[in-house]
Design a protein around this ligand. Structure first.
Ligand code: HEC
Length: 414
């Protein structure tokens, strides 16, 4: 155990600095060769301690993940044969994932088999698909579309489909929409919002009532406006509504909402119902009472006891935004738009935390990148809520301690 830690720590720094030096010399060479990996490959060929092997593999994978077009280092095929027969499942998985990153067609085929294999372990299947999606082989699309009918893999398939532009994809996703869990619906909408043509299909389905309006969050609506596509923006306004009420209206709204959240009014509130509203609208980004996402700040310790502060923030999230939380909007060369917070970056890759997943980009695939003044917290969160829903939500947020969720079948999915 001690031994393996010692190996692991310097590894990341060796790889890190080596990668940086390379890129200064020649980007093209750095992209296609991996000479710095050779000492590690030699080490893997020599040692037999699984703990050390695993540390080396993890370190290599960490340093290379998200990159495309990396060629296999010399001696890799021997290491692959040796470690593909390991007793340790994680070693086998990592060595396969690395081979895929190096573009080995046999490894690609093996991962594909794992992803498709309904008897294989679910997390191994999901990891396999994730690696394939990052590698983005030209012929992955049919598999992703097929996996929409596989319950265990549906979420991963829905996210993966965002990577490929294909005219079939929107209808395949939308035909099944009613069967998705809440989390899958979020994935489906995020993928459909990633390209203008997909988004138009989403809005058509919404107009026909096949997708409820509230499934498209204000966050996603803003992403659609960011395409600057006139036809799409007009459809959005017609089918879903407009996002930012003008400022004067905002002051009016605050005046109208305030009495709803005065202490007397809050006494009548149903905090359980408030919690289910929170799960639906806020929990993908915020933690409260130990549950929820980590994209925005944990609200448990915020100024949440002050209902008026909550209202102001909810009515105009972008009025004040902490620098750490400014959004970055990336457009890829294939026309996909992704907005999120920068989670990690080096000179080869950029990692964004979006509302529903972590997306890694090879920087050579990025066409454009903008920092937005907007908060990642969307405008218009209160628009779909009725007066009593607003009251319940604020009561839940500003109250002390967790309450149970109301019993309803749709809440079980979370
Ligand atoms: C898409 C992600 C996202 C969603 C959905 C979201 N928020 Fe936020 N929220 C953020 C981010 C990021 C910040 C921090 C940046 C900022 O202040 O704008 C934030 C900030 C806040 C703050 C200020 C926190 C502080 O410490 O001052 C409050 C309060 C808040 N959100 C409440 C809510 C509530 C209530 C909901 C649901 C109705 C919600 N948010 C939905 C991302 C989100």
């Amino acid at each position: 155990m001690k031994m393996s830690l010692l190996v692991f720590l310097p590894l990341a720094s060796i790889l890190g600095s080596a990668v940086r030096v390379e890129s200064k010399q020649d980007r093209a060479i750095a992209r296609t060769q991996a000479p710095t990996l050779q000492p590690l490959v030699r080490l893997l060929a020599e040692i037999d301690d699984p703990a050390v092997q695993l540390d080396v593999l993890r370190g290599m994978y960490e340093a290379l993940q998200g990159r495309r077009g990396v060629r296999a280092p010399e001696g890799w095929s021997g290491v692959y044969r040796k470690l593909a027969a390991s007793q340790n499942a994680e070693i086998r998985e990592k060595v396969l994932q690395l081979s895929v990153l190096f573009g080995d067609p046999q490894a690609l085929a093996a991962l594909r088999r794992t992803a498709e294999d309904v008897r294989a372990d679910v997390s191994a299947r999901r990891n396999a698909l994730q690696t394939l999606v990052e590698k983005r082989p030209d012929d992955l699309l049919p598999l992703l579309q097929k996996l929409l009918d596989d319950r265990d893999m549906r979420g991963s398939a829905l996210r993966g489909l965002a990577v490929y532009g294909d005219p079939q994809t929107p209808s395949l996703i939308l035909e099944r929409y009613g069967k998705y869990t809440d989390a899958e619906k979020l994935d489906a909408v995020a993928t459909l919002a990633s390209r203008p043509a997909y988004a138009l299909a989403l809005l058509d389905a919404m107009e026909k009532g096949r997708v409820p309006r509230r499934d498209l969050s204000a966050f996603t609506a803003r992403q659609l406006l960011a395409f600057n596509d006139k036809r799409l923006s007009e459809r959005l306004t017609k089918v879903w509504g407009s996002i930012r009420p003008p400022s004067a209206e905002k002051t009016q709204l605050l005046a109208r909402y305030k009495p709803l959240v005065m202490p007397d009014a809050l006494k009548k509130a149903d905090r359980k119902h408030g919690r289910s509203l929170f799960s639906r609208t806020c929990a993908s980004c915020h933690t409260l009472f130990g549950e929820g996402g980590k994209i925005g700040p944990d609200l448990t310790g915020s100024q949440r006891a002050n209902p008026e502060y909550l209202l102001t923030k909810l009515l105009d999230p972008s009025a004040v935004v902490a620098r750490d939380y400014q959004m970055t909007v990336v457009t890829t060369k294939s026309g996909r738009v992704v907005s999120g917070l920068v989670k990690a970056e080096n000179d080869k890759t950029l990692t964004l935390q979006t509302q529903n997943e972590i997306v890694r980009f090879d920087k050579t695939d990025i066409e454009d990148r903008q920092k937005s003044q907007q908060s990642m917290m969307p405008d218009g969160l209160l628009t779909p809520l009725s007066a009593s829903e607003l009251r319940d939500l604020i009561a839940y947020l500003s109250g002390s301690g967790q309450v149970p969720l109301p019993i309803a079948p749709s809440d079980k999915a979370k």
